[in-house]
Design a protein around this ligand. Structure first.
Ligand code: ADP
Length: 273
């Protein structure tokens, strides 16, 4: 049976079929942007094999406090963060077996003092194996965002992710096509390094929405990896606008999801201009 967390209105998953597609980048930028838009946001770095959120949020040396029963999340850039990365050395290899991974994830979900949150975002481990399935079954998820690059191979993996959530009745909020195109900072020329539009095609085929097409961008890479999210450091940029539109779609999905839970409203997205 799936469980909710007291005080937390919604839990959503940000997932990908494989690693390296920008899942953590997308989860962090979504979290910070939703917080800028006025929501109370938590982020759980459940990417146990490669926890990158402490670095992306510039708190990699933080040590969460505990009273022996509950752990206090670390607050950074307006959001509450918990990560397995706080509890281990950055370059120590993780050799945990499946059940250990799952039990530590459950502890991070249920033994952290999240307080009142509008949304808790789970940065899921990459892939569609037992760990992912078990989280999706044990936690009551309002929806899942699937991140993919445009290449075929990554999309095949994304489809697996999508099907996994469908199997456990978790609604898909939509797909994010990350590294969608490269815009030359010097001449504005658009190059489609990993192909283009694959996620849009896949989304159509699978009957889900495309929430954002995020460019492969030097500022996004640099600002993400050094802990200075573009939404805060370059709020007037195109990149920040893309994350704002994306976050607004997720926020409106959650509003409608809540109404739907209470009544029977069908969720529809408005086309962005
Ligand atoms: P995953 O969580 O899927 O393994 P990450 O979010 O850790 O992937 O991203 C992997 C690397 O790619 C990071 O260095 C990140 O800064 C970079 N990256 C992610 N998305 C973009 C993007 N849209 N433009 C440029 N670099 C990106």
């Amino acid at each position: 049976m799936s469980t909710s967390i007291e005080g937390v209105k919604h839990i959503i998953a940000v997932a990908s079929g494989k690693g390296g597609v920008g899942k953590s980048t997308t989860a962090m930028n979504l979290a910070v942007t939703l917080s800028v838009q006025g929501l109370k946001v938590g982020l759980l770095d459940a990417d146990i094999y490669g926890p990158s959120q402490p670095r992306m949020l510039n708190v990699k040396d933080a040590k969460p406090e505990s009273d022996g029963q509950r752990i206090e999340p670390v607050v950074s850039n307006g959001i509450k963060l918990m990560s397995i990365g706080f509890l281990m050395e950055e370059d120590a290899p993780v050799v945990w077996r499946g059940p250990m991974v799952q039990s530590s994830l459950m502890q991070m979900l249920f033994n952290v003092n999240w307080g009142e949150l509008d949304v808790l975002i789970l940065d899921m481990p990459p892939g569609t194996g037992d760990t992912q399935l078990s989280i999706s079954q044990k936690v009551s998820l309002s929806g899942a965002v699937i991140v993919s690059t445009p290449q075929d191979i990554s999309l095949i993996d994304a489809k697996k992710g999508l099907n996994m959530f469908k199997k456990v009745n978790v609604p898909i909020i939509g797909i994010v096509e990350n590294m969608s195109m490269f815009i030359c900072p010097n001449c504005d020329h658009e190059s489609h390094i990993f192909g283009h539009g694959g996620a849009v095609e896949a989304a159509k085929e699978l009957g889900v929405d495309v929430l954002a097409q995020i460019p492969l961008d030097l500022e996004i890479r640099h600002k993400t990896d050094t802990g200075y999210p573009v939404i805060l450091t370059m709020p007037d940029s195109k990149q920040a606008q893309i994350y704002r539109d994306f976050a607004s779609k997720v926020a409106s999905y959650l509003e409608q999801y809540e109404k739907q839970k209470k009544g029977s409203v069908k969720i529809v997205f408005e086309e962005s201009a």
